[in-house]
Design a protein around this ligand. Structure first.
Ligand code: ADP
Ligand code: ADP
Length: 226
């Protein structure tokens, strides 16, 4: 059973824009897959369909054999990380991270315990009670990652997560993502228009153009044609 499977997936927006067509992909558990392509080629649309945020107009998306379209939001084993972090600026770091658990039914002590552990993991303990908008870009990206991971997703979906960071921080967070992949053993789907990020981070690159998949291969074999 594959962790994630896209079968002939397509998306046509209500205004008639065909954003994605005939997208086929099988992803193994623990794999790091990058979607690479220019702005407007359909990367985010595909990611949002995997997350269940966007209706699928053709084909189907399966996570561990289960149809995403049939899963209630609180049962989807995915978390999404956004380029602009999408934090609540007026809330504390702890509140922002705990928000990831709000949909989950579990005792408060268990939620607190999970939040504490993830704050620890991201070195955010000292900032736990500070407002999110008082922190730096790198710290905010760590809060967003912590919020995404606190629910213990099977698949982490990252939409240009390094786009708002400077070159130095981008390198640091890139390294942290690789470490997380190794430590947690979860699947990463990473959207980017930057070739260097896709090549540096992923086990496989899905090259997209105009809503279709052009090539799927490990970074080393990319663009090499027989
Ligand atoms: P990317 O993430 O690669 O930049 P997107 O998935 O955002 O690409 O967009 C793919 C195509 O779908 C683009 O032509 C974009 O303008 C269009 N699109 C995205 N969202 C919508 C929407 N809500 N309604 C109509 N068209 C959209
Ligand atoms: P990205 O490509 O980084 O995903 P965009 O700047 O293309 O972001 O799009 C930002 C938002 O606008 C997204 O929510 C997208 O769905 C929406 N959008 C993009 N293109 C269109 C469009 N042609 N019509 C309506 N909404 C769109």
């Amino acid at each position: 059973l594959h962790d994630l499977e896209l079968i002939q997936v397509g998306k046509t927006y209500p205004d008639g824009t065909v954003a994605v067509s005939d997208f086929d992909l099988k992803v193994e558990k623990g794999e790091f897959v990058a979607f690479l392509g220019p702005s407007g080629c359909g990367k985010s649309t595909t990611l949002r369909m995997i997350a269940g945020f966007e209706d699928i107009t053709n084909g189907e998306i399966l996570i561990k054999g289960q149809n995403v379209s049939a899963m209630p939001p609180e049962q989807r084993p995915t978390s999404m990380i956004f380029q602009n972090y999408a934090l609540f600026p007026h809330m504390t770091v702890r509140q922002n991270v705990a928000f990831g658990l709000d949909l989950k039914k579990m005792p408060t002590w268990e939620k607190d315990d999970k939040v504490d552990r993830i704050l620890d993991m991201f070195d955010l303990n000292d900032f736990a009670d500070r407002r999110a908008d008082k922190l730096s870009g790198g710290q905010r990206q760590r809060i967003a990652l912590a919020r995404g991971l606190v629910v213990e997703p099977e698949i982490l979906l990252l939409d240009e997560p390094l786009g708002a960071l400077d070159a130095n921080l981008r390198r640091i967070i890139q390294n942290e993502l690789k470490l997380l992949q190794r430590e947690l053993g979860i699947t990463f789907i990473f959207v980017t228009h930057a070739q260097s990020e896709a090549l540096g981070l992923s086990d496989r690159v899905v090259v997209m153009s105009n809503g279709v998949v052009e090539q799927v291969s490990p970074p080393k074999e990319l663009y090499r044609r027989p």
